[in-house]
Design a protein around this ligand. Structure first.
Ligand code: SME
Length: 162
């Protein structure tokens, strides 16, 4: 975790990150490059277990830029936490992944998870997926800021899509 973030609480860390991420992506129109840097920045700032994107491709989510251990490459629509967030078009917060029916365990070390859909022109085009080894690591504060972060990336006028 970056030293500067160790004295901040969760909200302060997100508030500090948000303008930095906006600046980081502002000059780059390539969505993959921006997803890669956003995943890295979040992962470093919070010390999550796994932080990354899955991109919608046909009827599946396909693994995109991420930080952390290797992960499953394809997730069908409606499957797992990621496929559920895609299907619902809304954020899914899972305090205990072992209690989530259909959870896809890419790593046995993960105990809680948040998945935020990335929406462009009313369509889910990707999801931001974050896993923690802690139970109940994610709450409405994470949801509030991660939804903002996920969606600064893919404004239609800015991004080349994928
Ligand atoms: N747990 C996810 C799968 C992706 S990994 O966590 C990186 C799910 O249930 O969709």
């Amino acid at each position: 975790m970056y030293a500067q973030y160790t004295t901040m609480n969760k909200s302060e860390t997100y508030q500090s990150l948000l303008p930095q991420l906006k600046a980081l992506v502002a000059g780059e129109s390539d969505a993959i490059a921006n997803m890669a840097n956003v995943a890295a920045a979040l992962h470093e700032a919070f010390g999550f277990w796994w932080t990354g994107f899955y991109r919608v491709e046909g009827d599946s989510l396909v693994l995109g830029p991420f930080q952390g251990p290797i992960a499953c490459t394809r997730i069908p629509y409606g499957r797992g936490v990621c496929g559920t967030a895609w299907q619902r078009g809304e954020t899914v917060v899972v305090p205990d992944v072992h209690a989530f029916a259909g959870h896809i365990a890419c790593s046995s070390a993960s105990n809680s998870e948040i998945v935020v859909p990335v929406i462009r022109d009313g369509q889910v085009i990707a999801v931001l997926d974050i896993d923690s080894t802690d139970y109940s690591a994610f709450d409405e504060t994470d949801q509030l800021y991660l939804e903002q972060i996920a969606n600064i990336l893919f404004k239609s006028e800015q991004c080349t899509a994928f």
